[in-house]
Design a protein around this ligand. Structure first.
Ligand SMILES: Nc1ncnc2c1ncn2[C@@H]1O[C@H](COP(=O)(O)OP(=O)(O)OP(=O)(O)O)[C@@H](O)[C@H]1O
Length: 230
């Protein structure tokens, strides 16, 4: 399980009058389940990009269990992300031409970590997400099924944190609900910290804490009823 501590973070882009993201201090406890909300352009994707190390930050600290990834080189950030962060994106980022199983295993293969145990876990995860045809080609799957493959892939290396950026936004209501349930159940079962960026009020209401961004700043940070009950 990973805890996140952010300090003095300031992300600016050329042409923007104010920072896309400015966070003085934010702590997310290991094992907690947090929703990141906010209007379009409020900095949600920038948040995901910097805390996962996809984007470099020039100012501030981003500590995962005390390790400041802001000070890492790009290749070290890539290795850290592959080993520790399970990323689920709105647009899945799966590879057509490959099967469901091959897609789940691809990042592990690229990292030289596709061991027999990983292959066994990939089969088990596909089973958990209720996909019973591991050999089915990605391009023949429905969008809800594709997102379930992406979830299985994100969990393969037992990440300490699952970060999902609008995981239900491109799905119909029913598939979106099923995918939301699945991410929550799997994060619970695996004991991963969970951070979900979403406009989906129902999904956000099932998490413990809701952080709202406005113009790149935290405008609200509240424990939800689900969090009070936990
Ligand atoms: N690479 C970039 N160069 C310039 N401006 C950028 C860049 N990336 C993001 N921005 C700007 O930073 C601000 C925050 O963008 P961000 O994508 O984080 O918002 P968001 O909350 O994820 O929005 P949405 O819900 O529409 O995806 C916006 O004003 C956006 O135009």
């Amino acid at each position: 399980m990973l805890a996140l501590d952010i300090e003095n973070l300031d992300v600016t882009f050329p042409g923007l009058a104010s920072p896309a993201l400015a966070i003085g201090r934010l702590s997310i406890e290991a094992g907690s389940r947090v929703a990141i909300m906010g209007a379009s352009g409020s900095g949600k994707s920038t948040f995901v990009n910097v805390v996962t190390g996809l984007e470099r930050t020039r100012q501030g600290q981003i500590r995962w269990n005390g390790e400041d990834i802001a000070g890492f080189s790009e290749s070290r950030r890539d290795r850290f992300r592959a080993a520790n962060i399970g990323l689920v994106m709105q647009e899945f980022h799966l590879f057509p031409g490959l099967s469901a199983l091959e897609n789940v295993l691809l990042p592990a293969r690229l990292a030289g970590a596709a061991t027999a145990a990983a292959i066994e876990r990939a089969h088990a995860l596909l089973n958990t997400v209720e996909l019973c045809r591991p050999g089915q080609k990605i391009e023949t799957m429905s969008r809800g099924e594709m997102q379930r493959v992406a979830i299985a892939r994100a969990l393969l290396r037992k990440p300490g944190v699952i970060i999902a950026d609008e995981p239900t936004a491109s799905l119909d209501a029913e598939s979106g609900e099923a995918v939301g349930d699945l991410i929550l159940d799997l994060a619970n079962a695996e004991g991963s910290t969970l951070i979900i960026v979403s406009h989906d009020q129902r999904l956000a209401g099932r998490l413990d804490r809701r952080i709202t961004l406005s113009s790149g700043r935290i405008s609200k940070d509240a424990i939800t009823a689900a969090g009070e009950a936990a």
